[in-house]
Design a protein around this ligand. Structure first.
Ligand SMILES: C[S@@+](CC[C@H](N)C(=O)[O-])C[C@H]1O[C@@H](n2cnc3c(N)ncnc32)[C@H](O)[C@@H]1O
Ligand SMILES: Nc1nc2[nH]cc(C(=O)O)c2c(=O)[nH]1
Ligand code: SF4
Ligand SMILES: [Mg+2]
Length: 256
């Protein structure tokens, strides 16, 4: 496992490829161009970043999980109905075993979405790379970070959050949606400049309708403050708006 992970593999982890799994459940895809599609979610634990607003605190700031073999994860997926699978985290692509999992699921014909922060680009079968590059407004500070170690993580997060090599590789290899978490109008200059930089560096097209603006908010109440502002920005700039359907429907309940 890369040194960037904060989740060490214990001695009693299952034999062979295995992943630290925080939760595994069936729901509706709540975000992006496949919003509303029944999907099985596999959420790995461990992240190389520390967004202050992370809605999956127990995979990043305070990781909790049980190690599961890739084989067992496939069995759990097969025991549920959806033929779409969403691999998320934490940051799923920091684990080498995510590639093994994706290969096994691809052999069985599942549609595979990977939710990633775009700082890793392994050679893996991915039908939709749902890439959420992190803006400067995601960086943890002493004022906004949950407990943890904001001083240490502020610098690390800032150094790691944009990796143009990984972003362009993802775009060149896979169907991509770039899904920005937007806190308000001040984020737009940074989004425009990031999109322009990616377009300049990549040997693949990035259409405006594959650039998604998603309101920041872990709860319905928080989204009440951002939803309309971000929808108006999407209309103004010609990008796609994505709701957070699962938050609107089930608020911040686990396994939704
Ligand atoms: C928990 S992350 C896991 C995948 C990967 N680490 C990433 O950040 O893309 C899943 C998705 O939730 C988004 N997200 C996390 N916290 C959020 C928040 N407070 N408001 C809106 N989106 C959030 C991320 O940007 C990402 O698109
Ligand atoms: N319903 C639902 N849809 C989602 N799409 C991306 C999610 C994620 O956490 O990556 C997510 C999630 O946590 N729940
Ligand atoms: S990159 Fe994703 S999992 Fe990691 S802290 Fe940010 S939102 Fe959470
Ligand atoms: Mg989520």
């Amino acid at each position: 496992m890369p040194v960037t992970s904060n989740v060490e593999r214990p001695d009693d982890a299952p034999e062979g490829p295995a992943l630290p799994v925080n939760e595994l459940f069936a729901s509706l895809q709540g975000e992006g161009k496949l919003a509303g599609v029944p999907s099985t979610f596999v959420r790995t634990s461990g992240c190389n970043l520390r967004c202050w607003f992370c809605d999956s605190y127990h995979t990043s700031w305070d990781p909790t999980h049980a190690w599961m073999s890739v084989e067992r994860i496939v069995e759990e997926v097969e025991s549920r109905d959806p033929n779409h699978v969403v691999l998320t985290g934490g940051e799923p692509l920091l684990h080498d075993a995510s590639t093994a999992l994706l290969e096994r699921l691809a052999e069985r014909g599942y549609h595979l979405t990977v939710e990633t922060n775009g700082t890793f680009a392994p050679d893996a079968p991915i039908d939709l790379a749902s890439v959420s590059p992190k803006l400067s407004t995601s960086t943890p500070t002493a004022e906004n970070a949950p407990d943890g170690n904001p001083e240490e993580w502020e610098d690390r997060h800032e150094e790691r959050r944009i990796d143009f090599g990984a972003l362009t590789t993802l775009l060149e290899r896979h169907e991509v949606q770039l899904k920005f978490v937007v806190t308000g109008p001040d984020d737009m200059d940074e989004i425009e400049s990031l999109v322009a930089d990616v377009r300049e560096r990549a040997d693949a097209d990035l259409n405006d309708e594959d650039v998604l603006l998603m309101p920041e908010g872990r709860t319905r109440e928080e989204l009440d403050a951002t939803r309309n502002v971000v929808a108006d920005l999407a209309a103004e700039y010609g990008y796609r708006y994505t709701p957070r359907l699962h938050v609107d429907l089930w608020n911040d309940a686990p396994e939704t």
